[in-house]
Design a protein around this ligand. Structure first.
Ligand SMILES: [Zn+2]
Length: 302
C-alpha cells in the first residue's frame, strides 16, 4: 500500500524520561503486549510548568517513573486522550497528588448502544472510573509556560478520543488515533469506522510535522502515513465487498480469507475491525445483516 510502512524500531527505555524534542519528554510504561506494543507512552510537555499526557496504566513503577521525570516541577494539567485502561487510570491519583487539574476527553461510553443479546467484547478495556475535573471539547486550548495544547476531537478508536496539537512544535500528541507501529483498533461498539475515517481526514488537514503516539515511536511523515492508513481502510472495505459478492457470509467465514497471512490468534481483533467496516457499509446502504447486526450475523450485499 502506497505510503504505509509500519515502523517497529523502538527502544522503550521503560522508566526513563526520554527527551524527544525541546518541549516533549516520553516515559514508556512497562505494559508490553499485542495491543500495546512495548507499553503505553506517557508524555511530559514543557520545561518549567508541565502537562502530563496519558499517565498510563495502574503500575506502581510507572507512577514512580513519572514522579521522577517531573523532578519536582509544578504540574498544571494532567491530560487524558481516551478512557482505555492502558492510558487513563493513573490520571486521578497523579493529579490529586500534584494539585494539577485533570482535563481531557469525556467519560467513557460506547459509540452505540448494544444490539439485543450483544455482549461488549471490549468491556474490560474501558476505564469507567475516569472522571475529569473538566471535559475538553474540540478546539479547547490549555496553556503553560512556553507551551500550548489544542484539543482535536478524533473519535474512531473510541468515541471520546482527543488528540492534542502542541502549537509551538506543530506536533500532534496522537493517543491511539494514529501510531507508527500498527494500525489502530477500531472495533464496535466502542469504536466506529465512519468516525475514524473522518478523524483521519481531519488530522491529515492539520498537517502536523510529527505525531507522538500512545505506543511506539513517532510518525515522522504524518500526511503520507495518514494517506496510507486511509488507503488501507478502503482496501479492507473493498475486500469485504468482494468476499460478499460470492454470497452471504459471516465475519468468521471472511476473516481467514481476507487476512490470509494473519496469525490466527489475532482473528478476534481482525473480526472486530471487519465488523466496524460492515457497520459503516450498512449505514451507507451497501450491505445488510440477516437479523440483528451482531458479531456472528450473516451479512449480504444489497
Ligand atoms: Zn493504548
Amino acid at each position: 500500500m502506497a505510503g504505509l510502512t509500519f515502523d517497529r524500531d523502538f527502544d522503550p527505555r521503560h522508566g526513563d524520561a526520554v527527551a524527544v524534542s525541546p518541549l516533549v519528554a516520553r516515559v514508556t510504561a512497562p505494559n508490553p503486549g499485542p495491543f500495546t506494543f512495548h507499553g503505553t507512552n506517557s508524555y511530559l510537555i514543557g520545561a518549567q510548568t508541565i502537562a502530563v499526557i496519558d499517565p498510563g496504566p495502574q503500575i506502581d513503577a510507572h507512577y514512580a517513573a513519572l514522579l521522577a521525570a517531573i523532578e519536582g516541577r509544578p504540574v498544571s494539567h494532567v491530560v487524558v486522550t481516551h478512557t482505555h485502561a492502558d492510558h487513563s487510570p493513573l490520571a486521578r491519583p497523579l493529579a490529586d497528588q500534584l494539585g494539577a487539574e485533570l482535563v481531557g476527553c469525556a467519560p467513557h461510553r460506547a459509540a452505540r448502544a448494544l444490539s439485543a443479546g450483544e455482549v461488549n467484547a471490549l468491556d474490560a478495556a474501558g476505564d469507567k472510573d475516569y472522571a475529569p475535573d473538566r471535559n475538553l471539547a474540540d478546539g479547547d486550548v490549555i496553556q503553560g509556560d512556553g507551551w500550548t495544547l489544542k484539543a482535536i476531537a478524533t473519535p474512531g478508536h473510541t468515541i471520546n478520543h482527543l488528540a492534542f496539537l502542541l502549537a509551538e512544535e506543530n506536533a500532534l500528541l496522537a493517543g491511539d488515533h494514529v501510531m507508527a507501529w500498527s494500525t489502530s483498533i477500531v472495533a464496535p461498539p466502542d469504536g466506529r469506522m465512519r468516525d475514524y475515517l473522518q478523524s483521519l481526514e481531519k488530522t491529515r488537514h492539520l498537517a502536523p510535522t510529527v505525531c507522538w503516539p500512545g505506543h511506539g515511536g513517532p510518525i515522522t511523515e504524518p500526511v503520507a502515513f495518514i494517506d496510507g492508513l486511509i488507503a488501507h481502510r478502503k482496501d479492507r472495505e473493498r475486500a469485504v465487498l468482494t468476499a460478499l459478492a460470492d454470497g452471504p457470509a459471516t465475519i468468521a467465514d471472511m476473516v481467514p480469507r481476507i487476512y490470509a497471512d494473519l496469525d490466527p490468534r489475532l482473528y478476534g481483533a481482525a473480526g472486530l475491525s471487519m465488523f466496524a467496516h460492515l457497520e459503516d457499509l450498512a449505514e451507507r446502504g451497501r450491505v445488510a445483516s440477516n437479523g440483528p447486526a451482531v458479531i456472528d450475523a450473516v451479512w449480504r450485499l444489497l
